[in-house]
Design a protein around this ligand. Structure first.
Ligand code: SAM
Length: 350
């Protein structure tokens, strides 16, 4: 049994009901400071890791984002306090790619990073070109101008799982059975926020339909809206519109476990040894952003949004084709059969 399974069993035993909402189990599996999949320190991404991200594909993603940020900086009249703000910066690779395109222009780079092991890894890669804050709450007084970016951040937030029983939404909790295994057990909704959120969910579903509720994502977009900076927010992640998210074909939800480029739904096995992740309900995210005053500037499949962002890069090549490696990166990021369709980009104006 892994150390994390033992820790979870102790926690379950110390709980009067012997159960915990799945969101708490996912929090532990991903962010336990010593044994969590992410909490223990930045893991390798890409070919040698468990999954690819647009960042691990190569530096082009960061270059395209940097060009977008530079356009915004110039449109605003090159303000002195213009700051690129990244959250979910992992080992600092995206920051390095963005900063190499920014060059020596007087633009600041700030990383929102709660985990000291990640800050150390980022500092080693990026040196003194970057500053850090631990949370979005620290951005309430400045900077005044910003370009916020994140790739695959809210898909890594712990989610509550709810199941439609034909009459009402129940929450899936986790308990230990008599053997070594953990299992799901339906129960009451564990908090008021979840009770409020299920009011937004459809009720014309087959009994047994499971959905994820990403309350952490809603709190995150609210915190982002309350930050002081004015500018753009760029969010890239895999996700769906509400209609697709609630479709009968996804009746077991979108939560998945990734390990060595294999994906499955056994999310209670090998806790801490695998990534756990869900699709983003972009419709819900956009609604919540609007409720907090963040206007949608652009939303679409990653292939389309990056294709548009690549126009100035292609023009800058003045007819010379990019090298084969860069061309392969562009195809991976934008081709519908690769990352172009499953990933989406949302740009908000703040
Ligand atoms: C799927 S990885 C993506 C890493 C990187 N952005 C990329 O695209 O290659 C998710 C990352 O989000 C980080 N993360 C999760 N919650 C966070 C939070 N509240 N603040 C900062 N980073 C967070 C995790 O530690 C992890 O590094």
């Amino acid at each position: 049994m892994s150390s994390l399974s033992q820790i979870l069993r102790q926690k379950l035993a110390a709980t009067p009901s012997g159960r915990l909402p799945f969101a708490q189990v996912m929090e532990l599996a991903l962010y336990h400071p010593d044994h969590g999949y992410y909490g223990a320190g930045p893991r390798k991404l890409g070919r040698q890791g468990d999954f690819f991200t647009s960042v691990s594909v190569g530096p082009l993603f960061g270059r395209l984002l940097a060009m977008q940020a530079l356009q915004e900086w110039q449109t605003l009249g090159e303000p002195e306090d213009f700051t690129l703000i990244e959250q979910g910066a992992h080992d600092g690779q995206l920051a390095e790619d963005v900063l190499s395109e920014i060059g020596d222009r007087p633009i600041r780079y700030l990383i929102v990073e709660p985990n000291p092991r990640y800050r150390a890894a980022q500092a080693q890669r990026l040196g003194d070109r970057v500053r850090w804050v631990e949370s979005l709450a620290e951005l309430k007084t400045g900077p005044g101008h910003g370009f916020f970016l994140c790739n695959e951040l809210p898909d890594a937030f712990p989610v509550h799982l709810v199941r439609w029983n034909g009459e009402r939404w129940e929450e899936l909790h986790v308990e230990a059975d008599g053997t070594e295994d953990l299992r799901f057990i339906p129960g009451d909704l564990s908090c008021e926020e979840l009770e409020a959120e299920v009011q937004h969910l459809p009720r014309d579903l087959e009994s047994g339909h499971v959905l994820e509720v990403n309350l952490a994502m809603l709190a995150w977009i609210r915190d982002l809206a309350q930050a002081a900076f004015r500018g753009l927010i760029f969010i890239a992640d895999y996700g769906l519109d509400a209609e697709e998210f609630y479709a009968d074909t996804r009746a077991s939800g979108t939560i998945r476990r990734y390990h060595q480029h294999q994906m499955d739904g056994h999310v209670l096995e090998n806790l801490g040894g695998c990534d756990l992740t869900t699709h983003i309900n972009f419709t819900r995210l956009i609604d919540e952003a609007a409720r907090h005053g963040l206007a949608q500037r652009e939303y679409g499949l990653q292939g389309r949004v990056l294709g548009r962002m690549a126009m100035s890069w292609i023009q800058s090549l003045e007819g010379n084709p990019p090298d084969a490696g860069t061309m392969r990166q562009f195809q991976s990021l934008t081709h519908p059969a690769l990352m172009g369709r499953s990933f989406r980009c949302l740009v908000l104006r703040k």
